[in-house]
Design a binder for this molecule. Structure first.
Ligand code: PGA
Length: 240
């Protein structure tokens, strides 16, 4: 099975539950596990709509503490209570826009585990880092600093320059980083690719060695596109 995860970022209203209804109505996609990560305001509503179905719901961030005087933050137990099964952590938009360090991501991942959530830990290089030949060094450092001790997890490789830009790395570039990451994560950890995954490039991305699924931003907002991406999971991997 490959994990096809949708990162809705700061998009969605209560009426957007129609998207979950559509995914549920479409039924399971062979070889694909579907996860939608909406803004925190929608986690409970989406989880209610997905209950008992093949669709799972996750958060986009959590605090490292379970509760306390942290105005504006959401904790891992709160996400779990709302029906989430996963939480995205260390997305480049949070690392860049909220100053999240590897150590913070690791603490959040430990909090996610304590709450029974599966963390999806994001790593990825900027264009300047790639141009400087530092890609593997950067993702290696982020991985080493962000991974929690023990517990189930998912890792997502998201080159910062490919996010929301319509640009994708070459198959060789994705394969190189995924092979590098696969050798450094606990056995059985899916390594997702993220960054401008669309219905028209999903088939080759998902067929690359060591790619265990996709983290999809923009295209995940449209159920038809999200399902088209999930349907691109190669049949040969169904039994995996
Ligand atoms: P994108 O976003 O698919 O819109 O490029 C991916 C992500 O940031 O997770």
């Amino acid at each position: 099975m490959q994990l096809i995860a949708g990162n809705w970022k700061m998009h969605g209203r209560l009426a957007s539950v129609a998207a979950i209804d559509a995914l549920v109505a479409a039924g399971p996609v062979p070889g694909a596990r579907l996860l939608v990560c909406p803004p925190a305001t929608l986690v409970a509503r989406f989880a209610e709509a997905a209950r008992g179905s093949h669709v799972e719901i996750g958060g986009q961030d959590c605090h490292a503490e379970p509760e306390g005087a942290f105005t504006g933050d959401i904790s891992a137990p709160m996400l779990a209570d709302a029906g989430a099964t996963h939480v995205i952590l260390g997305h480049s938009e949070r690392r860049a826009g909220h100053g999240e360090t590897d150590a913070m991501v690791r603490a959040k991942a430990a909090a996610a585990h304590a709450a029974g959530l599966i963390p999806i830990i994001c790593v990825g290089e900027t264009l300047a880092e790639r141009d400087a030949g530092a890609t593997l060094e950067v993702v290696g450092r982020q991985l080493a600093g962000s991974l929690p001790a023990g517990g189930p997890l998912v890792v997502a490789y998201e080159p910062v320059w490919a996010i929301g830009t319509g640009r994708t790395p070459t198959p060789q570039q994705v394969a190189e980083v995924h092979a590098f990451l696969a050798a450094r994560v606990p056995a059985g950890t899916p390594v997702l690719y993220g960054g401008s995954v669309k219905p028209d490039n999903a088939a080759w991305l998902l067929a690359l060695p060591h790619v265990g699924g996709a983290l999809v931003g923009g295209a995940s907002l449209t159920p038809r596109d999200f399902l088209a991406i999930a349907s691109a999971v190669p049949a040969a991997r169904d039994a995996a």
